[in-house]
Design a protein around this ligand. Structure first.
Ligand code: DX5
Ligand code: ZN
Length: 213
């Protein structure tokens, strides 16, 4: 299991140290939550702050867009050369076009499903994706309770992935901890995002390791 700590739960007053700590702690990716105050009722960081994160990061960036205007934000973040950019299916009228745009910039495209959205809704996009992110909380805030139906959804999505594009990874984001990690692994999850579990821990390295099952 790959682990992407979400810097949403980091101490933003000491952001460089917080990034260095998870990189040295053995994380696989750095999850960056971008919120515009429209698609979700919260705002976070833009490319100016993330560019200083990118300078100290020794692991690839995983940019999770929670915004209405995906194309605009993709243009802002592409120069930082993230490994992935993921956007919500619920916020996009032309998801296939946006996937092509991300790939044309040399970045791996991913689609995010809110807790109510079904894997079937993206079946015909799977062959063009590198990853699907399943939200296991409502997007907008860290520290929320894990929504259990994501386990069943992962199993359903895995079947579609095996049929359409076995290389596509499954990521789960929200309420992940050392209690639900084995169930997520068993269901077929490849990457977990963990914010409050990692940054709320005394020992970040130990917390990250406990999820790399
Ligand atoms: C929520 C974000 C998550 C969040 C996860 O909108 O997408 O990445 O930071 O935080 P935890 O792990 O605390 O649920
Ligand atoms: Zn996220």
């Amino acid at each position: 299991m790959l682990v992407a700590p979400s810097i949403l739960s980091a101490d933003f007053g000491r952001l460089n140290d917080e990034i260095t700590a998870i990189c040295q702690g053995g994380c696989d990716l750095i999850h960056v939550d971008v919120m515009d105050g429209h698609f979700v009722p919260n705002m976070t960081i833009g490319p100016v702050v993330v560019s200083s994160v990118a300078k100290v990061a020794t692991k690839p960036l995983d940019v999770h867009l929670m915004v209405e205007n995906n194309s605009f934000f993709i243009d802002l973040f592409a120069p930082l050369k993230p490994e992935y950019i993921s956007f919500h299916i619920e916020s996009e009228k032309h998801p296939h076009r946006v996937i092509q745009k991300i790939r044309s910039l040399g970045i791996k495209p991913a689609i995010v499903l809110n807790p109510h959205s079904t894997p079937e809704s993206i079946e015909y996009l799977l062959e063009d994706l590198d990853m699907v992110l399943l939200m296991s909380v409502n997007p907008g805030f860290g520290g929320q309770k894990f929504i259990k139906s994501v386990i069943e959804k992962t199993i359903e999505l895995k079947k579609l992935i095996l049929k359409r594009n076995p290389n596509c990874l499954i990521q789960v984001d929200g309420g992940v901890n050392d209690k639900n990690i084995y169930e997520l692994k068993k269901a077929g999850v490849d990457i977990v995002v963990a914010g409050s579990y990692v940054y709320g821990a005394h020992d970040y390295a130990k917390a990250i390791k406990s999820l790399q099952v």
